[in-house]
Design a protein around this ligand. Structure first.
Ligand SMILES: [Zn+2]
Length: 105
């Protein structure tokens, strides 16, 4: 779902080796490969530490998985508002720079 909205190779930073860029890239890869450290994955890798605790913190009705993270009814409005805010900022950015010529240096 996330990769359909944000291209995997998009770089919003001027520096390709910055810690923030690395963090963003890690997030994109984990989203697209369904490997965000949700409770199901943490239980698989750290069973003694997690002790079988799988329940979603937000709805407490389903196991927390990478799929459930995007479909949980209790955080849907939060995610929706984040995308609305992001789209508002993107539109403002496009309007600000729409008349500028692209350079390739
Ligand atoms: Zn939930």
């Amino acid at each position: 779902m996330y990769t359909k909205l944000v291209p995997r190779n998009f770089n919003g930073h001027n520096d390709t080796t910055s810690p923030q860029h690395s963090k963003d890239t890690k997030w994109k890869i984990r989203c697209s490969t369904h490997t965000l450290p949700t409770l199901d994955i943490l239980n698989r890798h750290y069973p003694l530490l997690m002790n079988g605790f799988n329940q979603c913190f937000f709805c407490e009705n389903e196991n927390e998985t990478n799929d459930h993270l995007w479909t949980c009814p209790n955080i849907r409005m939060t995610i929706q508002q984040l995308f609305i805010d992001l789209s508002t900022k993107l539109i403002a950015l496009l309007q600000k720079h729409a008349g500028q010529t692209l350079t390739t240096d």
